[in-house]
Design a protein around this ligand. Sequence first.
Ligand code: 5IU
Length: 267
Amino acid sequence: HPPTTKPYAVRADAHPNPTAKRLLKLMDRKKSNLCVSIDVTKCEDALEIVRRVAPAVCMVKTHIDIMEDFTPAFTAELARLADEHDFLIFEDRKFADIGNTVALQYSSGVHRIAEWSHITNAHPLPGPGIVTGLGKVGKPLDRALLLLAEMSSAGNLAVGDYTRQAVQMARDAGRDWVVGFIAMGRVDSDGDDDFLVLTPGVGLVAKGDALGQQYRTPRQVVYDSGCDVIIVGRGIYGIEGDAAAVLAEAEKYRAEGWKAYEDRLIQ
Ligand code: 5IU
């Protein structure tokens, strides 16, 4: 049975990583496989978007290094909202250095990512030392790591053998730490292990942007490609309108993503 035909709740029971387990359970509870990506540069604007979309999401994705007015109060409030509204925080840090350096980038600096981010991600480019280095910091905190096996942008180099080796690197590390991938499809389909696949480049209207982003619909991503979580940024927080309109748009993506998941379970 490939993971695509199993309910999130069943996959939760069998998962060795506490954060992945929690995610799969709350996805089932909230009927949401939607992660909203918050790419704005003011803390109060970011928190306002989070407050709007919170009921509809399983996860919120941040780029903490774009915040112009960052203070630790921002991540404290984000963590409080995550507990109150039952979602996880994914810092899309895309670590890409040697193990010793990424361990410092993950634990230290102004942002102290490991303290508040349940999930983060890394490029497999530097080799398995990056996974081990991040694990020294993240594993004792029960955090989870994703590897970037593929990307959504036009002309990216994460294809073919690179993607296959990213999957192998995750298998070698073990699912108790590397819980899955950023990918456009079921990159793990040659095995019977159950990784999470989180997928950016999702939009219901736009086909792309001027800088190489490429969009597919929630149905293409979840039903056709077997991915587990849809990541949506501008398609939700970028729409015209008031707070209610942003929540309505998030709700639209949640419903589409969930319907595609339910349909794939019974195919
Ligand atoms: N993101 C991608 N593509 C990728 C990876 C990350 O778009 O391959 I890895 C991030 C970039 C942005 C969000 O933070 O996901 C997508 O935002 P939009 O839905 O606004 O395009």
